[in-house]
Write a protein that binds this ligand. Sequence first.
Ligand code: NAD
Length: 271
Amino acid sequence: MAVPITEAYTLGFIGAGKMAEAIARGVDKSGILPASRMRTAHRTLARRQAFSSFGVHVYESNIKVVEESEVIILSVKPQVVKEVLSELKPFLSKEKLLVSIAAGIRLNDLQEWTGHGRLIRVMTNTPSLVGMAASVICLGELATTEDEKFVSNLFGAVGKAWTAKEKLLDAVTGLSGSGPAYVYLAIEAMADGGVAAGLPRDLALCLASQTVLGAAAMTIESGKHPGQLKDEVTSPAGTTIAGIHVLEKNGFRGTIMGAVMAASKRSEELS
Ligand code: NAD
């Protein structure tokens, strides 16, 4: 029987890198758990200081982090997950909930390497660094509904989180995992267009980024279909429909669909 996570739990990070720091800072800032209840370990001083500077306890070893934590976020690179878990296996048990954010490492493998199924796998993305991640949560065999709620809350502190079946994670990787890079390309291209049309570079970049942010917020907050929002801003013989015509002639939507599908396929090949 899995032990419920209490209010007084401690949260450990194995792998004190960029993602771990983003999650730790986001969770601390959100008020759901103070940094003083978080633990990590790292061999370099710079990473140790990055965590201790906002109140996380930094230890000498991963084992001590696991021993002292009820919930452990596995945030090392995928290539080292197996090796790290083989060292930690004797200290992991059903009393502890293990949450892996390692891209491409499946629940089955995690279960085999840890010896139990109280696991949750999460696919998040880099906007977690600014509290705007899109994360998807997949439950292992022994993870409880409470565990799910708990992890949704945790990742809700650095953005938004949804639960899905693991078989959808390659598609999630192709869409929200790789998606920020597609949008960076779009922002850069829009800014370049602005420069070509005579705008100073700084202003063009600010306008492009803010426009993407604004359009995303409109889609989320209005609840309207993006096609309807597009129709609402295209006046007859106007500027916007002239721009859209160029995008459609060049296969804009098909290209973006293709990018998501190619990245999903690549994720499938890699895992
Ligand atoms: P990172 O390189 O910044 O962090 C990993 C850290 O783990 C490093 O500081 C490294 O020194 C440390 N480490 C290596 N071996 C270790 C060991 N044996 N014990 C303890 N620590 C060890 O990487 P990141 O970008 O934070 O990514 C971490 C995980 O998050 C990866 O598995 C990645 O797949 C996943 N992820 C990253 C992103 C992203 O956009 N960066 C998005 C989704 C998921």
